[in-house]
Design a protein around this ligand. Structure first.
Ligand SMILES: C[S@@+](CC[C@H](N)C(=O)[O-])C[C@H]1O[C@@H](n2cnc3c(N)ncnc32)[C@H](O)[C@@H]1O
Length: 288
């Protein structure tokens, strides 16, 4: 069994190694996911002097969107555990004022050298924590008493074909599952569990809404090569298939992908992926 320490160490190594690919993938992923950042900005009620903290910012979202929206009238700090992600985020932030980035583990936050924040945001970050409630309690200690948390996680696997199609086909064709060390992208996709974790971390869920992230791919095979580049466990599983297994796999993938072909005469996929966006408010100390 994997311990929390092993899972955290693996999470850090995994994302550090993935950073250059993530940056290359950003050309497609960045624009496709902008509606999620826009939802977060729209629910933040920004004003002059608003201080925003972005946890697990990756190469800079939603910190960059908040900095643009504030346009120098407030402060934004983005943190991520990966040094390389933070380097890319700094490159992307050129020309934007009042936006900083720092390397920080959100399960061991050390932000006491900063003033408290009005808004904490996290887009697809919290779900990788080994102990989400503890990470939330740490985040809460960096918030002003009336501060809010705005987050985004992925919906259930069936609603996120971008991440799920390739492994769904492996299960269907060969009854195999990809191995994963520690929590993954779907660890907070059940809204009831998300709510439980928020409450345990000292937050009350106020608003929750689905937001679509739409990605286009030329074909199921084009989708697969892109996905296998980002997911080592998938690439390894595919490399170990016999020619017969691979043929079975390809056919399962093609039929699973059919659902996402809007035009029956074309191979082109339109993957509509569901993000779950939410706003949560702190439960007063006296009640928690
Ligand atoms: C799916 S990416 C999302 C990045 C960005 N927020 C976005 O929406 O594009 C997940 C990010 O979470 C970061 N992350 C995961 N666990 C973390 C932790 N414990 N502390 C800080 N960052 C973490 C990873 O390094 C990675 O950059």
């Amino acid at each position: 069994m994997t311990t929390q320490a092993e899972s955290r160490a693996h999470n850090k190594i995994h994302w550090e190694a993935l950073a250059p690919l993530w940056m290359a993938w950003w050309q497609r992923f960045g624009p496709a996911t902008q509606p999620v950042s826009d939802w977060m900005v729209a629910h933040a009620r920004l004003g002059p002097g608003t201080r925003v903290l972005d946890l697990a910012t990756g190469v800079g979202e939603p910190a960059l969107s908040f900095a643009r929206a504030l346009n120098g009238r407030g402060e934004v700090l983005g943190v991520d555990q990966s040094e390389r992600m933070i380097e890319y985020a700094r490159e992307q932030s050129m020309g934007l004022n009042h936006l900083q980035f720092e390397v920080q583990d959100l399960e061991q936050l050390n932000l006491h050298h900063h003033e408290p924040f009005d808004v904490i945001v996290s887009r697809w970050g919290l779900m990788f924590c080994s102990d989400v409630a503890e990470a939330l309690r740490q985040a809460r200690s960096c918030l002003k008493p009336d501060g809010i948390l705005i987050g985004a996680v992925w919906g259930i696997p069936e609603r996120v074909p971008m991440l799920n199609l390739a492994s769904q086909a492996l299960k269907q064709a060969l009854d195999r599952e990809l191995e994963r060390l520690g929590p993954g992208p779907f660890s907070l996709s059940d809204p009831a569990w998300l709510q439980t974790q928020l409450t345990a971390g000292g937050f009350r869920l106020e608003t929750i809404a689905p937001v679509d992230v739409v990605l286009h791919c030329e074909s199921a095979q084009a989708y697969l090569s892109e996905r296998a580049e980002m997911a080592t466990s998938l690439a390894e599983a595919l490399a170990n298939l016999t020619p017969e297994e691979r043929a079975k796999y390809n056919s399962a993938l093609e039929s699973a992908a059919q659902v996402w072909c809007p035009q029956s005469d074309s191979e082109r996929l339109e993957l509509v992926n569901q993000a779950i966006c939410f706003v949560a408010r702190q439960i007063p100390e006296s009640l928690s």
